[in-house]
Design a protein around this ligand. Structure first.
Ligand code: ADP
Length: 164
């Protein structure tokens, strides 16, 4: 059985992530979306919230499961019995970082291969950080995220108008 891990912060999950998950789900028997529990980043959503949103966003994919993890990614790959790490590549900016990470992970465990899928042209400008900025500024991000995320962003960023 070919099992792959698609790891990320998913803060929050976007249509770009869902597209990569969908295409990876067609390549592997089982795909696990690993929501990294403690990234060194300022996160908008808690781990529980991120896992819940990812679950809703990929609920149409029968061979995909979602789990949080906090150990080294290669350790989690082994824990779930996988041999592959899936990552998405947007034009330019992602390549160097993904290449470094893939080489490091290969050093840490030569049995594990990283498979990068090219971003869909329609989604390649979408990043969780940029869309959070737009949403925080009051912009409409509905076309970039699954519906459940649009609703969650509205709730999270809603600030009642001050009276008087
Ligand atoms: P990380 O913090 O690990 O980069 P992200 O949640 O930002 O986690 O992204 C997880 C993976 O999904 C990364 O490989 C990233 O390049 C990829 N990704 C993010 N946004 C897109 C997109 N719009 N299209 C394709 N891949 C994407």
């Amino acid at each position: 059985m070919r099992i792959a891990l698609y790891p990320g912060s998913f803060d929050p999950v976007t249509r770009g992530h869902v597209d990569i998950a969908q295409r990876a789900a067609a390549l592997f028997d089982q795909l696990v979306l690993g929501v990294f529990d403690t990234p060194a980043k300022n996160l908008l959503f808690t781990t529980e919230e991120r896992v819940d949103l990812v679950k809703q966003a990929v609920s149409h994919l029968p061979n995909v499961t979602v789990r949080a993890y906090s150990c080294l990614t290669v350790e989690f790959v082994k824990e779930i019995g996988a041999k592959f790490i899936v990552r998405g590549l947007r034009m330019g900016s992602d390549f160097e970082r993904e290449f470094d990470m893939a080489l490091m992970n290969q050093r840490l465990d030569p049995q594990i291969d990283t498979v990068c899928l090219m971003s869909n042209a329609e989604y390649q400008f979408i990043s969780s950080s940029l869309l959070k900025e737009v949403a925080e500024g009051g912009g409409n991000v509905n076309v970039f995220v699954p519906e459940c995320v649009a609703v969650a962003l509205k709730k999270k960023l809603f600030r009642p108008a001050k009276t008087s």
